[in-house]
Design a binder for this molecule. Structure first.
Ligand code: SF4
Length: 438
């Protein structure tokens, strides 16, 4: 049984930047460019680099949702920046749709022979659904979907309001789904709710988004808020009434683990990934990457949820890797900066208690191989959508609380209000020799 499309969506105001909504920060305006499935061509990359130079500070950030944002937008240049980006076809099909194009896919979607399914056609249909159905524009800019084809390069740790993941191959593959979480990878993870046949994935997404908008209050911007009031079983019953096919059981399905750090270096002999230091590019680097995509690739770039860039279909992968390295991008998982994440911090954000970017650069020299650390200027954790193995939470300039992942929040508090040097020493020694402060 189909339900009528909701006609009066509640508007959920947001302070998140968008292409048309430049948000002020300490270092000027922020303009976020949502890239469909993280993709852009070399012309668009050059347009972003030129606009960032002309109308902003030239600083460009790769985000953990495979987007780009321009920082330091000059107050009198906002409209000129927006016009330049729209002229490069970087806007949504309609102004109201800019915020809601939050569909994450693997950077290798459509390119990975080991994937179960090429989800590219499904991703295009879901993106069209989000843009074309005006009532979906009432979704929060943070409301996020994951479509997973079983690729070897996949970010599965970011919680998504709705995730959908291939369980098998071919046209009749089933797709498992879940709400407010991640695909289960091991025993103990929250299992999938149910599955649908591949052909029903767009209908599933549409029905779930309709259900969310009908049931959620304006304050309930995320699926987890709705689940706090409506049990999953109740939502599944309501969902089943909207679908033409029965929801399928998933048994004890687990998503096979993706390849760690596959986003760096040469993948599958032809795709090359590099991570700019702490997710930050300048306009010169972005323009050079665009030129590289034209000269040695297929003219395209893909952003990744690891705040890095992938150059697909490289004709000379070793040369591309060397060029990325020469541009200052990490192409090797052993590079300390490849394992460090830091938010904007006090240099650009009024909430920041420490200059996390500068501190992360200093910490890189002190870190042992293998340590994965997130420096956060405050508890909002903008730079990491999931909890890192180690988190340094700023308490003041150059001072941090150190946490190890596990349990709630950032995890177990290992040390309180320590300096960067002490943090480096702690992280350089085996964790089992540390005494917790709790
Ligand atoms: S985590 Fe806090 S300090 Fe860092 S960018 Fe976000 S709001 Fe600012």
């Amino acid at each position: 049984m189909k339900h009528a499309q909701p006609t009066a969506p509640s508007v959920r105001p947001s302070a998140c930047p968008g292409l048309l909504r430049i948000v002020q920060a300490k270092d000027g305006g922020i303009c976020r460019i949502k890239l469909p499935c993280g993709r852009l061509d070399s012309h668009q990359a050059r347009a972003i680099a030129a606009a960032a130079t002309q109308h902003a500070s030239g600083v460009i950030e790769a985000t953990n949702r495979s987007n780009l944002q321009i920082r330091g937008v000059k107050a009198d240049a906002e409209q000129a920046l927006i016009d330049a980006l729209l002229a490069a076809r970087l806007g949504a099909d309609s102004p109201g749709a800019d915020d809601v194009r939050n569909l994450m896919v693997s950077p290798l979607a459509g390119l990975d022979p080991s994937a179960l399914v090429d989800i590219s056609p499904l991703a295009a249909r879901i993106l069209a659904l989000l843009q074309d159905k005006a009532h979906f524009h009432a979704l929060s800019p943070k409301f996020a979907l994951l479509l997973d084809g079983g690729e070897s390069m996949a970010m599965l740790e970011h919680p998504h309001d709705l995730w959908v993941s291939a369980m098998g191959t071919g046209d009749h593959a089933q797709f498992a789904f879940g709400l407010a979480g991640c695909p289960p990878q091991s025993t103990g993870d929250v299992p999938a709710l149910a599955a649908v046949p591949r052909a029903q994935v767009p209908a599933l997404v549409e029905a779930l988004l309709d259900l969310f908008l009908e049931l959620a209050t304006p304050e309930q911007t995320r699926m987890r808020h709705l689940l706090a009031e409506h049990p999953e079983g109740d939502l599944l019953l309501r969902l089943q009434q909207r679908l033409d096919v029965p929801l399928l059981p998933v048994g004890d399905w687990h998503r096979p683990a993706p390849q760690p750090f596959a986003h760096l270096g040469i993948h599958d002999g032809r795709h090359v990934g590099g991570a700019p230091a702490l997710g930050r590019l300048d306009a010169t680097q972005l323009k050079a990457l665009a030129d590289l995509a034209d000269s040695l690739g297929d003219g395209n770039l893909r952003l990744t949820p690891w705040q890095s860039v992938l150059l697909p279909n490289a004709r000379d992968p070793e040369a591309v890797q060397q060029a990325m390295h020469d541009l200052g991008l990490a192409t090797n998982a052993n590079a300390p900066l490849a394992r460090l994440v830091a938010c904007t911090g006090s240099a650009g954000c009024a909430r920041g208690l420490a200059d996390t970017k500068s501190d992360a650069l200093a910490l890189a020299a002190l870190l042992p191989p293998g340590a994965v650390v997130h420096l956060s200027g405050c508890p909002r954790s903008c730079a990491s959508a999931h909890v890192a193995p180690f988190t340094l939470l700023a308490t003041g300039p150059g001072q941090y609380d150190l946490y190890q992942r596990g349990g709630v929040g950032f995890g177990r508090l290992l040390a309180r209000d320590i300096s960067l040097k002490e943090a480096g020493e702690r992280l350089a020694s085996p964790p089992d020799t540390w005494s917790s402060t709790q």
